[in-house]
Each structure stands twice: as structure tokens, then as C-alpha cells.
Design a protein around this ligand. Structure first.
Ligand SMILES: NC(=O)c1ccc[n+]([C@@H]2O[C@H](COP(=O)([O-])OP(=O)(O)OC[C@H]3O[C@@H](n4cnc5c(N)ncnc54)[C@H](OP(=O)(O)O)[C@@H]3O)[C@@H](O)[C@H]2O)c1
Length: 237
């Protein structure tokens, strides 16, 4: 049975990934920062013995090390770096803190730690477990907002955190290619989650995840370093 580790699996896209992979019979290491408040995830785990909930704040590198030690003998088919923040919410009230002229550098730091540093730290920590698996995949959930050429949401912290994630991911993809590890970036689309601050997202959570899973399933090493959206379209850097 294949095993996946998902960060930020208590709500939104991460929760739906956990639900769908568990329904397909996968072992799901479902990470979230406050399991005590993750009622939906707890209910899902109660009905499904292949879901293991783990407390993890992805900004806490010692906690990532401890989790890596706990699972060091588990082969990990897919590391799904999903956890992310757009910045302080409600975003409409705080977006000025990501605008040129009124940047809040503490916000930028927090967004970078969550969206950029954490996926790379998780990949470093679990690389041996991934190398020991059959599928050998690291999936980083990015955003087309991180594309320099395609989209310009005026949110310096969030946008640059995903751009930096994209660049770091392409470097990691090259470094892990010889070990047969596939490293890929996906944008889930504009999805109706808590992140949809302006209520303009057009993609349902279930549709996004149902579309992403076959794309993840059919990845080969020649796709390593790619950046696509939930429809399979390649996103320009
Ligand atoms: N929704 C969109 O339109 C959209 C578009 C492009 C990309 N994305 C990306 O998709 C991913 C999932 O976002 P979403 O839309 O599902 O948003 P969401 O509903 O706000 O969910 C974000 C998840 O990340 C978790 N998280 C945030 N900071 C964390 C930390 N320090 N440690 C552990 N978990 C943390 C949250 O946990 P808590 O519940 O504890 O806060 C939550 O489970 C993100 O990487 C996001 O950038 C989303």
C-alpha cells in the first residue's frame, strides 16, 4: 500500500487530498498544526484506519526533524507539501502590508518560512524515506501568482514566496534526478478555500484535487522540475 505525507491536511485542499487518498486505500500521514481543533480530519481518521494524524507546524524545524526520525523506516511514496499562507487574514484587511510603500517585513518573513523554507526542509528531512519508496515523488503546491510572466497579484510576500519556492524546487529536482526522485510543482487553480479572500475563486476543492491526483499519479522522471496547473497546463515561469 502506498504512503503519502500531506502538510496542512486539516482543511482546504490538504484535507481533500487526505480524504481522497485514504478513500483510495493509501496510508495517509495527515499533518496539521492543531490536531485538537481538526474535527473533520479526526472524524475522517475515526472512520479510516490508514490515516495517521501528526501534529506539525511546518515552520518548526525541530518538529520536522522529530517527525522524520519517527518515520525513518517508513517508505514514503509521495511528500505533498501543501501547507501555505497568503499572509494575515482576512487578507482584504491586511493586503496593504504586502504592498510596496507599506511592507510589513515580519509578515514577509512568516510567509517565506511557511511557503518557501518549509517544503524544502521537509524534502531534506524525508528524502531517504522517499528514495526508499516505489513512487519517489515530492509535490510542492505552488501558485500561478508565483509566475513572473503570467500573473501579478500585488502581494509581494505571497507572490515572491511562491516564486522562490519554484526556483528552489527546480534546483532540488535536478539534484535528486539521479536518485530517480520526481520533484514537481502544481498550482491548484483559484480554489474556494479560506484563501479565496475575495470570493472570486471558480474551482471547487473536490474538482481541483480530483484533477491534480491523476497528474501526480502519471508523473515520470522526465516531468521532474515542471510547473503545471490542475488542468495539466504548463505555467510559464
Ligand atoms: N485556494 C487557492 O485559490 C490557491 C491557489 C493557489 C495556490 N494555493 C495553495 O494551496 C495550498 C493550500 O491552500 P488552501 O487554499 O487549501 O488554503 P487554506 O484553506 O487556508 O489551508 C491552508 C492549510 O495550510 C495550513 N498551514 C498554514 N500554515 C501552517 C503551518 N505553519 N504549519 C502547518 N500548517 C500550516 C493551514 O493550517 P491551519 O488550519 O492551522 O491554519 C491549512 O491546513 C497553499 O500552499 C496555497 O498557497 C491555493
Amino acid at each position: 500500500m502506498a504512503t503519502i505525507l500531506i502538510t496542512g491536511s486539516n482543511q482546504g485542499i490538504g484535507f481533500e487530498f487526505a480524504r481522497q487518498y485514504a478513500a483510495d486505500g493509501w496510508n495517509v500521514i495527515a499533518c496539521c498544526r492543531t490536531p485538537d481543533k481538526a474535527d473533520e480530519l479526526q472524524a475522517l481518521a475515526d472512520k479510516n484506519s490508514t490515516i495517521w494524524i501528526e501534529q506539525l507546524d511546518v515552520c518548526d524545524h525541530s518538529a520536522i526533524d522529530a517527525l522524520g526520525a519517527k518515520y525513518k523506516n517508513t517508505s514514503l511514496d509521495v511528500l505533498l507539501n501543501n501547507a501555505g499562507i497568503i499572509g494575515p487574514i482576512p487578507i482584504a484587511d491586511h493586503i496593504h502590508r504586502q504592498h510596496f510603500g507599506s511592507m510589513d517585513y515580519a509578515v514577509w518573513q512568516q510567509v517565506l518560512e511557511t511557503n518557501t523554507f518549509a517544503p524544502i526542509k521537509l524534502a531534506e528531512t524525508f528524502v531517504h524515506a522517499i528514495a526508499a519508496s516505489e513512487q519517489k515523488k515530492i509535490i510542492n503546491i505552488s501558485s500561478n501568482v508565483g509566475s513572473i510572466s503570467e500573473r501579478c497579484l500585488p502581494a509581494i510576500a505571497y507572490g515572491s514566496s511562491k516564486t522562490a519556492l519554484n526556483k528552489a524546487t527546480t534546483i532540488v529536482a535536478e539534484q535528486l534526478r539521479d536518485r530517480g526522485i520526481i520533484v514537481a510543482l502544481f498550482c491548484p487553480g483559484a480554489v474556494k478555500t479560506r484563501m479565496d479572500a475575495w470570493g472570486q475563486a471558480g474551482v471547487g476543492i473536490e474538482d481541483s484535487v480530483s484533477s491534480l491526483r491523476p497528474l501526480i499519479e502519471t508523473l515520470t522522471i522526465s516531468d521532474s522540475g515542471s510547473f503545471r496547473d490542475y488542468t495539466g497546463r504548463t505555467i510559464a515561469w
